[in-house]
Design a protein around this ligand. Sequence first.
Ligand SMILES: NC(=O)C1=CN([C@@H]2O[C@H](COP(=O)(O)OP(=O)(O)OC[C@H]3O[C@@H](n4cnc5c(N)ncnc54)[C@H](OP(=O)(O)O)[C@@H]3O)[C@@H](O)[C@H]2O)C=CC1
Ligand SMILES: CC(C)(CO)C(=O)C(=O)O
Length: 303
Amino acid sequence: MKILILGAGGVGGYFGARLIQAGADVTYLLRDKRHQIIQSEGLVVETPNETFTLHPKSVTRDQLKPEYDLIVLAPKAYDLDDALDSVSAASSRGVILPVLNGLSHIAKLDEKFGRARVMGGVAHIAATVTSSGSVKQLTELHALTVGHRDPAHEALAREFSALCQQAAFDHTYSENIEQSLWDKWVFLATLAGMTTLCRGHVGKISDAPWGKETMTSFYAESCAIAQANGFPTKESAQQKALAMLTKSGSSFAASMLRDLTQGHQTEHEHILGAMIDYGVKKGVPCPLLKAAHTHMVVEQNKG
Ligand SMILES: NC(=O)C1=CN([C@@H]2O[C@H](COP(=O)(O)OP(=O)(O)OC[C@H]3O[C@@H](n4cnc5c(N)ncnc54)[C@H](OP(=O)(O)O)[C@@H]3O)[C@@H](O)[C@H]2O)C=CC1
Ligand SMILES: CC(C)(CO)C(=O)C(=O)O
């Protein structure tokens, strides 16, 4: 299977590197600056246990041909339109696997490629790109869940899953990937909303007198929106998520907090704004999500 991965950032860089180590035929589609770095220095991956360098195949958009069976999209949500332009010379064939957080990108991809060509993916990792260009896995967490959304691409999705089984990360094949996407989204909206509002990680929030209660209410709001839209998070998954979201002493925080404190663009419209839209359409009250979203809009407008 020939795989094209758009983006060698935290998610694309990490999971792509692990797939290459496992023998997968991966090519990266990169913008000029990242392409030059990877061509000259290789793809450097730092994990909590080791640092390794790979020399992957990479192309820029002008070198692209429609020769891939699977096209993995790993840009930030605000770069999706540019990513779709960049990949256009290859995207007349193959199955598309987006690994972005949230869900609103799926509708856009379905509209462009048709549901029969768009599978689902959920990345569970805390990863970033360092100032020197390395991909850095910040914690031991590294899991990729994929699944088919249409019988037309089920065989390819399972073939890709078999490749993931060989790679050095945790992998699950989801028989209901849209539910998996919603489960991750309600968790992330809560984590991102609360850690950005409070400018602190889960442990700090849990130490505050009303921290656990507010986190729990935020999560309940997000779950109510998922439920109203036909994707109720199972009780067992809710308990597991709440345990992580309210754990005393935990240094867990969302990548949105890292982006905010480092002055980068953030995905608040995709993670918080789109969740509010789903809530408002179904008449679900979401005051905490609206407070978190308002805070992010004010922050980003500061320039
Ligand atoms: N980081 C994390 O811990 C997690 C992130 N996610 C989600 O995964 C998605 C990706 O996030 P993350 O990996 O952190 O983002 P990064 O910013 O680290 O990486 C995104 C990469 O996409 C590249 N890119 C964007 N547009 C194009 C284009 N047109 N052509 C080629 N490359 C392009 C960027 O390239 P360039 O270098 O040129 O800017 C960048 O290297 C997001 O939706 C995020 O929410 C999910 C789970 C965890
Ligand atoms: C919640 C987490 C860390 C899990 O992968 C994530 O996706 C993010 O912070 O963007």
